[in-house]
Design a protein around this ligand. Structure first.
Ligand code: SF4
Ligand code: SF4
Length: 264
């Protein structure tokens, strides 16, 4: 096995952790939730991380490819949660509230632990995209354009995404206040209202609870559709380079790391 160093362009790293998932030697860690670091003593030069990185920012050339695969851990099967989530929400919209787990957990890891453990290990959607695009071969496996992992696009998309999220919260409030009636529809790509009334069974549940569920399911469905589109066009987990949760938690980790370094 001929080996050479893999080098991560730290300033461009989105700390998604996709490289960690394929490394057969556990040679990669995401430092402080900000950038990936490769332990050169453990690296065997297989090149899997170079191929996998959705932003294509790991450099390295290898004369031979190692066929070793990383030993699977229990959390590598969390993609099942994504499928179960959309299936349950199809039949009963109240299950859409379960998506809050994917919203709150990344924030808790970033705020209290200063890391991106959720993105790096437990993200069910990232795993599902990796599975469909990678194992099932539905991705073109091309590098995404540079603008897609630029700070301008990532933070711009974060702002847009949260603006849309607050519109959803506002609609929930209007239903709560009784000035708007419950809309039994799912809004796809913030534009198309798709009737979803069969999934509403909630006469005993307050209408605003169901409104929030319809809104949150719309958010989850929209982001998954975007993830699938970029999976088809680029690398399997290209969504990870501009996922608003990933961008936001990396920003939190950066602030925490700056504070830590200031007081040391
Ligand atoms: S080249 Fe292979 S062993 Fe080295 S860090 Fe990348 S995936 Fe791990
Ligand atoms: S962008 Fe993701 S896959 Fe690429 S080096 Fe950074 S953490 Fe690893």
């Amino acid at each position: 096995m001929e080996k050479m160093k893999s080098v991560v362009k730290k300033e461009l790293c989105v700390s998604c952790g996709c490289c960690i998932k394929v490394c057969p030697k556990d040679a990669i860690e995401v430092k402080d939730g900000i950038y990936a670091h490769i332990n050169q003593d453990l690296c065997i030069g297989c090149g899997k991380c170079v191929t996998e990185c959705p932003a294509s920012i790991i450099e390295g050339e290898y004369s031979k490819i190692d066929n070793k695969v990383r030993f699977k851990k229990w959390y590598d099967y969390l993609w099942i949660f994504s499928i179960a989530y959309f299936a349950l929400g199809f039949f009963n919209i109240i299950f859409a509230w379960l998506g809050m787990i994917c919203f709150i957990l990344p924030l808790l890891f970033a705020i209290f632990k200063g890391n991106k453990a959720f993105c790096n290990r437990y993200c069910d959607r990232g795993q599902l995209l990796g599975l469909i695009g990678g194992r099932l071969g539905l991705s073109r496996k091309r590098s995404p354009p540079k603008w897609m992992y630029s700070k301008y696009f990532r933070y711009g998309f974060l702002i847009f995404f949260f603006a849309m999220f607050f519109v959803m919260l506002w609609n929930t409030y209007l239903v709560f206040a009784g000035t708007k009636s419950l809309s039994q529809a799912v809004t796809v790509l913030w534009t198309f209202n798709v009737p979803w009334s069969w999934a509403y069974h909630g006469n005993i549940i307050a209408p605003w609870v169901s409104q929030y569920a319809f809104g949150f399911y719309s958010v989850m469905l929209t982001s998954t559709i975007l993830g699938l589109l970029t999976m088809l066009l680029f690398k399997p987990r290209s969504w990870c380079v501009y996922c608003p949760m990933g961008t936001m938690t990396q920003a939190i980790c950066k602030v925490k790391s700056m504070k830590k370094n200031k007081f040391q």
